[in-house]
Design a protein around this ligand. Structure first.
Ligand code: TMP
Length: 245
């Protein structure tokens, strides 16, 4: 069915959102741009939007099949997907299985330290404040979400993490850490409003390495100039597509 793409409602660093003729649905368009360090480092490569759109679709579909409700509805074309319209909670939920990135920078932890049980961190989604880590109490105090919602997304991120680890594992890929965002879905027909997994799961939002060789497939290639990010993202998509059939 042809989708009516209406006005642009929001433009972020890596995606644009558009209205559709349906009150509960939006078009999510992936851009070729990417940023790091609160958008102080900027870049882009041709095909990035389309690769991330397809990787996200494969992962969200796999999670959906495992019983996780997500905002993803279906792919529309190379760089666009149809998604549920949600109000994003301004909390980034991070789960870590190995110390890397800001965890090491903040606390002087040696990169590579294995983390078991996984570590859950909540961050305030605010580039101007550099997405600081916040406690559940501060998040509730600021009214970012209710205490119950914060408990729910924290617990759910750990469950989703176990599923993601298994999904990536099937493809010979090790998940080091990832970031999720959740949104409040309030259907226009008045049925119960609920918090569901939203935004994206892509190599922009996960650290991923080949389980055997340690080859990197994620945005650290760009953040730290470690290699050809286009080649890394393409290889990841090829792997996922190969085994997704
Ligand atoms: P960090 O080590 O830089 O805090 O990143 C942890 C994980 O979260 C990593 O997989 C990248 C992801 N992430 C985002 O998706 N968006 C962000 O703004 C940041 C800082 C990290």
């Amino acid at each position: 069915m042809e989708i009516m793409q209406g006005e642009m409602l929001y433009e972020g660093k890596a995606k644009r959102m558009y209205a559709t003729g349906h009150p509960d649905e939006l078009v999510m368009e992936y851009k070729d741009s990417l940023t790091a360090f609160d958008a102080t480092k900027k870049g882009s490569f041709e095909g990035k939007g389309s690769i991330n759109n397809r990787i996200n679709a494969i992962l969200m579909t796999a999670l959906g099949e495992l019983g996780i409700e997500t905002s993803f509805i279906r792919l529309l074309d190379e760089s666009r997907a149809l998604v549920r319209k949600v109000t994003i909670l301004p909390i980034e939920v991070i789960v870590r299985y190995e110390a890397q990135g800001s965890l090491c920078r903040r606390y002087g932890i040696e990169p590579g330290l294995s983390i078991d049980p996984p570590l859950l961190e909540l961050c305030l989604k605010d580039d101007a404040l550099h997405d600081p880590v916040i406690s559940a109490q501060v998040a509730a105090l600021m009214g970012l979400a209710t205490s119950d919602e914060i408990a729910l997304i924290s617990w759910r991120a750990l469950v989703i993490g176990e599923k993601l680890r298994e999904i990536y594992g099937r493809w010979g890929i090790r998940l080091i850490d990832f970031k999720l965002e959740f949104g409040r879905f309030s259907p226009a027909d008045g049925s119960a409003s609920r918090v569901i997994l939203a935004d994206e799961i892509t190599p922009d939002t996960c650290r991923l390495v080949d389980a055997k060789t340690g080859e990197k497939f994620d945005k650290d290639l760009f953040r730290f100039d470690l290699g050809d990010i286009g080649a890394g993202y393409s290889k990841l998509l090829e792997r996922l597509q190969d085994s997704a059939g």
